[in-house]
Design a protein around this ligand. Structure first.
Ligand SMILES: O=C(CO)COP(=O)(O)O
Length: 244
């Protein structure tokens, strides 16, 4: 964790939770000036979170502003409900919905044009890691977004490194493994855009109350994108406290 970038802990509830759980979070999870605390909720819960002290995000949005796209959600609608962040390119969407690098790039552009902050997810499957191609894989994911959005986007987004083999598996990347990729991402994005020295890089993949502190202690890890542990209020608060 650096002292030039404000830490961030973002929960990704995925397709989990309930209104009752959200109300627990609204009453017990208090924003702190020391970090940005965000919950990325399922769409139907966004309106109910509008008075929360933490910030609110969505987990996806359409690449289109409006139109005949049954079942899709436009970024302007998210904005009306108070969302300020949108996760884009989560590996579960890339896998379950065949979202290509280009589709992800177009969504990032749509989110930026609306004035919201994309949380762009990148990260490799196990086979790519075993073949020693992590950096190349992550670089191509970033390059695809730069091709569409220009280098400016790098200072307006959050990047989450989420190795697919660590998501929901309990096998977290070691702090050293995560730092190595974060350092690579940092080096590359700063080459593209000097101002990206202040872009926050989050680690995601089996972060919990016990391992968060060691991960967040690494110089290029500015916080976390938390799945399972963001559904348990005590664990999520402990993870937020691990940045302090
Ligand atoms: O995918 C993630 C956050 O977006 C990580 O999920 P887990 O924390 O459950 O591994």
């Amino acid at each position: 964790m650096s002292n030039v970038r404000k830490p961030m802990v973002a929960g990704n509830w995925k397709m989990n939770g309930s209104l009752a759980l959200l109300h627990t979070f609204i009453s017990e999870l208090k924003a702190s000036p020391l970090l940005d605390t965000v919950l990325c909720l399922p769409y139907p819960y966004l309106a109910a979170a509008s008075k929360a002290s933490f910030k609110v995000g969505a987990q996806d949005c359409s690449q289109f502003g409006a139109g005949a796209h049954t079942g899709d959600i436009a970024v302007g609608m998210l904005q009306e409900l108070g969302a300020t962040y949108v996760i884009v390119g989560h590996s579960e969407r890339r896998q379950d919905h065949n979202e290509s690098n280009i589709a992800v790039a177009l969504k990032v552009q749509t989110v930026l044009n609306a004035g919201l902050t994309p949380i762009l997810c990148v990260g490799e499957p196990l086979k790519v890691r075993e073949a020693g191609n992590v950096n190349k894989f992550v670089f191509e994911q970033l390059q695809a977004v730069i091709d569409v959005c220009s280098k400016d986007f790098l200072e307006k987004c959050i990047i989450a490194y989420e190795p697919i083999w660590a998501i929901g598996t309990g096998k977290t990347a070691s702090p050293e493994q995560a730092q190595e990729v974060h350092q690579f991402i940092r080096t590359e994005i700063v080459k593209w855009n000097h101002n990206a020295v202040s872009t926050r890089l989050l680690y995601g993949g089996s972060v919990n109350a016990s391992n968060a502190h060691a991960l967040f202690a690494k110089p290029d890890i500015d916080g976390g994108l938390i799945g399972g542990a963001s559904l348990k209020i005590d664990d999520f608060i402990a993870i937020c406290n691990a940045v302090k």
